[in-house]
Design a protein around this ligand. Structure first.
Ligand SMILES: [Zn+2]
Length: 235
């Protein structure tokens, strides 16, 4: 898969604004409340190779583009404010995944409810394949901000674009901020449907064969310009 540039080249200010806009959109979409989540986008230019991430402790509606923290892949922060306390898993996902151009982390209510039960999302609905596989895993619990949590997250994301974090929340990875946000919304929708189904019994899972058919269709459509949310793009 060819990684597309997330954001306009050589326009760091626009990239910073896009990170803030995505954080605001995440809360407006109801998949995050307050300042609990965080957003980042890969950023590279001639002199820098890293990512731009929301700072810690500043409400998104009061965050200025200059307050978005630039971090190198070595974990060195450049800016007046401290980066989100979860910068490690953002950094490690960018290091591990060339397809990762943007990351949205939220404490979305339904996804987090399942995560608090330490349950992933099984193939109860074909759209589970939107995250790249036959299920959406739940990474084991580790304290927020730790290398241990980051290691668990990278492992749970193997072959996937989203995972839950036990007793914590979820992570969605995209080739752009728009895709990462759309995937986070989709994962929360799936988590809600799965939770609802669990109220009346045990949902009937789709077989690996059926899920493979869907995964193949998504792969094919993906090349034709389908977004992970299943909507056809105009490019
Ligand atoms: Zn968190």
């Amino acid at each position: 898969m060819t990684a597309k540039p997330t954001l306009p080249a050589n326009d760091e200010h626009a990239s910073r604004e896009a990170v803030i806009a995505t954080a605001l959109a995440m809360n407006a979409a109801g998949i995050n409340r307050g300042k609990s989540g965080n957003v980042s986008a890969r950023w590279r230019d001639a002199a820098f190779d890293g990512f731009l991430i929301t700072p810690t402790g500043v409400p998104y509606h009061r965050t200025a583009p200059e307050q978005i923290v630039a971090m190198t892949l070595a974990g060195e922060a450049r800016g007046a404010l401290l980066p989100s306390s979860e910068w490690r898993f953002h950094r490690d996902i960018y290091l591990a995944r060339t397809d990762a151009q943007a990351i949205v982390h939220t404490h979305a209510p339904f996804a987090t409810t399942l995560a608090c039960m330490q349950r992933g999302i099984p193939p109860f609905h074909y759209m589970v394949a939107v995250a790249g596989g036959t299920d959406i895993r739940c990474a084991p619990y580790a304290t927020f901000g730790t290398q241990e949590l980051s290691d668990h997250a990278v492992k749970a994301l193997a072959g996937r674009r989203a995972c839950l974090l036990a007793n914590h929340g979820m992570i969605a990875v995209g080739e752009s901020l728009e895709q990462a946000l759309a995937l986070a919304v989709e994962v929360e929708t799936l988590a809600e449907m799965y939770w609802r189904a669990l109220q009346i019994g045990v949902p009937v899972p789709l077989s690996d064969t059926e899920m493979d058919v869907v995964l193949e269709k998504f792969r094919t459509y993906g090349q034709a310009g389908m977004t992970w949310s299943g909507k056809r793009k105009n490019n």
